[in-house]
Design a protein around this ligand. Structure first.
Ligand SMILES: [Zn+2]
Ligand SMILES: [Zn+2]
Length: 282
């Protein structure tokens, strides 16, 4: 966040499930002072190896701490945690993840399952030496990030194939992935400037008007493009980025799906793409 109070979010991975179409799986990054925030830790984390030597090279050495917000534990969202020993060497890390409330078990214990032999040569505490795991549950928590107190809203998404959580960062933006479109999301996100919402398929052919039910634009545990669009529209949010694109579709199809949402719902809907910065003015 700079003096003009612009927040720049770097999409490091915008694809769902499988890295494809030149896009990695879900991970977004932004910086506040000398701290970094990651939203999910999909294969997009791998981009930090190169970015720390290129566009982040001036800020990278000063970064003291990373905050990693994990929506849920599907591999496409957490595999990057395994790589942090190399990528975040020497930095302290806090992982915020759902636990007791969503899964009936502590987040630290669930993460510990992954970092066991023979899947991981070392436990979590050795992969990331200075790590703290914090449970997240609704309605959320306050976190100090880079000297700024940030109110983090948390919403449970029980209808994904395993429960996920959505995050809201002050009144700036909300990050909603791996969930069908839900009425409860509308209240949760109301008042933010930008919404990042998953859209796993183009649901234009099901669209009959702004009164469509959200169920119409639901595909199993995921959202259709107009599901995300209607959630944004009903919450009064003007700028929507579709993400968690279906790897079996092309980016051109994702761009087209977003264009149709813009045209029919009268909001600014775009398909998030890796490394295309999202700038939010406070
Ligand atoms: Zn996913
Ligand atoms: Zn998932």
């Amino acid at each position: 966040m700079n003096e003009k109070n612009n927040l720049t979010i770097y999409p490091l991975g915008t694809e769902g499930w499988i890295p494809a179409n030149g896009q990695e799986t879900i991970c977004f990054a932004f910086f506040v002072g000398d701290e970094m925030v990651l939203l999910d830790a999909g294969t997009g984390v791998s981009r930090l190896i190169e970015l720390s030597r290129t566009i982040f090279r001036h800020t990278w050495p000063d970064i003291k701490r990373a905050h990693i917000f994990v929506s849920h534990y599907h591999f496409d969202h957490i595999v990057g945690l395994f790589w942090l020993r190399a990528i975040l060497k020497g930095k302290s890390v806090t992982v915020y993840a759902p636990g007791q409330t969503s899964y009936g078990r502590p987040a630290k214990e669930i993460l510990g399952d992954f970092f066991q032999k023979p899947f991981s040569p070392r436990p979590l505490e050795e992969i990331i030496p200075d790590v703290t795991v914090r449970e997240v549950e609704p309605p959320g928590l306050n976190v100090a990030i880079g000297g700024r107190k940030v109110k983090i809203g948390v919403k449970a998404n029980p209808a994904h194939s395993d429960p996920s959580v959505s995050f809201r960062f002050d009144d700036l933006f909300a990050f909603v992935t791996d969930t069908p479109p839900e009425d409860s999301t509308i209240e949760f996100i109301r008042g933010v400037k930008v919404l990042l919402h998953e859209a796993y398929f183009d649901s234009f052919e099901r669209y009959s008007g702004e009164d469509d039910t959200l169920e119409t634009h639901t595909g199993g545990p995921h959202a259709g493009s107009f599901g995300a669009g209607l959630v944004a529209k009903r919450a009064g949010i003007q700028r929507l980025y579709l993400m968690h694109h279906n790897p079996e579709s092309t980016m051109l199809e994702a761009l087209n799906a977003a264009k149709l949402v813009s045209e029919h719902l009268g909001i600014d809907c775009r398909a998030a793409a890796d490394l295309e910065e999202i700038v939010i003015t406070e």
